[in-house]
Ligand binder design. Structure first.
Ligand code: SIN
Length: 314
């Protein structure tokens, strides 16, 4: 049997498949159909200091091969998370990474401080990439200096794994990954959603209340793969690949492109066991191909004499 476990910034994960923030609730939503203990980790819904009701409806729309969302970081807030959700998460035999969203750098720090001492929180993923809010989100995520500053401030507050979730809505994601690495971040999650929109041609109105939203799902996989490829060549810290992964073959592409691990997102809405099936499929592929350790796949792309336009950006 191939070795599937690995260490992410000192944290032992049983496999390289995590479920993405915002697609698996707080871990308890999917319990009846899938055992979250079989996952490498659960990344919680984004947590803010105070509860947020999010954006008005319509805030979800289906598109060809994908989903547009404009949830607006709706969540129960960090204090209710601690009393209502963390006890269950503690009972699950998997790593729990708390995703943090904020409107100000101070709020990021405050939420992390509140969570830092809590048993059952194994690490943090910092959301600087939500495309659906006016404050925080992309204001930070498209500004390399702000991403660096947030990483630096949060690094000083925790020794637990610190991941920063980057937006693809920039020209050179490698520069943002480098900023995170330079300020002590342990890993980057690449990528959050692409800004997109849909229009109702009968009314000529936008489908989403916020006009634009974030596109996810299979439609974005080729973009995500290229962003992971770019980021993985720009930094030495792990790149966690995310974007349109629905099955093990998709995940294997990300690992081969340079991702150390992957996150399954939108596919969870179709099948809450998608992440578990992806993890099982990766292990099966290794066994069938005589690969002793999933690590052997990471960055194993054989580009031959092919060169990418991205190479000139590195
Ligand atoms: C949202 O809550 O609007 C989506 C979260 C995100 O894209 O980070």
């Amino acid at each position: 049997m191939a070795l599937t476990s690995f260490r992410l910034a000192g944290l032992e994960l049983k496999n390289r498949v995590l479920v993405a923030s915002g697609t698996y609730g707080y871990g308890d939503d999917c319990l009846e159909t899938a055992d979250p203990g079989k996952l490498g980790g659960i990344i919680t819904k984004s947590l803010s200091l105070k509860p947020r009701i999010g954006n008005p409806p319509v805030r979800i729309a289906e598109t060809a091969g994908g989903m547009l969302n404009s949830i607006g970081l709706a969540n129960i807030g960090v204090h209710r998370f601690l009393s209502e959700k963390l006890p269950f998460l503690r009972s699950v035999d998997t790593a729990v990474i708390a995703n943090i969203a904020a409107s100000t750098i101070e709020e990021y720090c405050e939420v992390l401080r509140i969570l830092e001492g809590e048993d059952g929180i194994d690490g943090f993923e910092i959301n600087v990439s939500c495309p659906n809010v006016r404050e925080g989100g992309l204001i930070f995520g498209t500004d390399c200096a702000a991403v660096a500053e947030i990483t630096r401030r949060l690094r000083a507050l925790t020794k637990k794994p610190l991941l920063v979730k980057l937006t693809p809505n920039v020209t050179r994601i490698g520069e943002f990954a480098r900023a995170v690495e330079a300020e002590g971040g342990d890993a980057v999650s690449v990528m959050n959603t692409l800004i997109g929109m849909a229009i109702d041609i009968k009314t000529r109105k936008p489908v989403l209340s916020t006009v634009t939203g974030g596109l996810s799902g299979p439609a974005i996989k080729p973009v995500a793969l290229a962003k992971v490829y770019e980021a993985a060549r720009a930094v030495r810290i792990p790149v966690i690949g995310i974007g349109g992964i629905t099955n093990a073959s998709d995940a294997l592409e990300f690992l081969i492109a340079g991702a150390t691990a992957v996150q399954v997102g939108t596919a969870n809405f179709i099948d809450p066991a998608a992440g578990i099936k992806v993890a099982e499929g990766i292990a099966r592929y290794c066994d069938e191909n005589g690969i002793p350790d999933v690590a052997d796949l990471v960055g194993s792309l054989d580009a031959g004499s092919g060169t990418s336009v991205l190479d000139s950006w590195l």
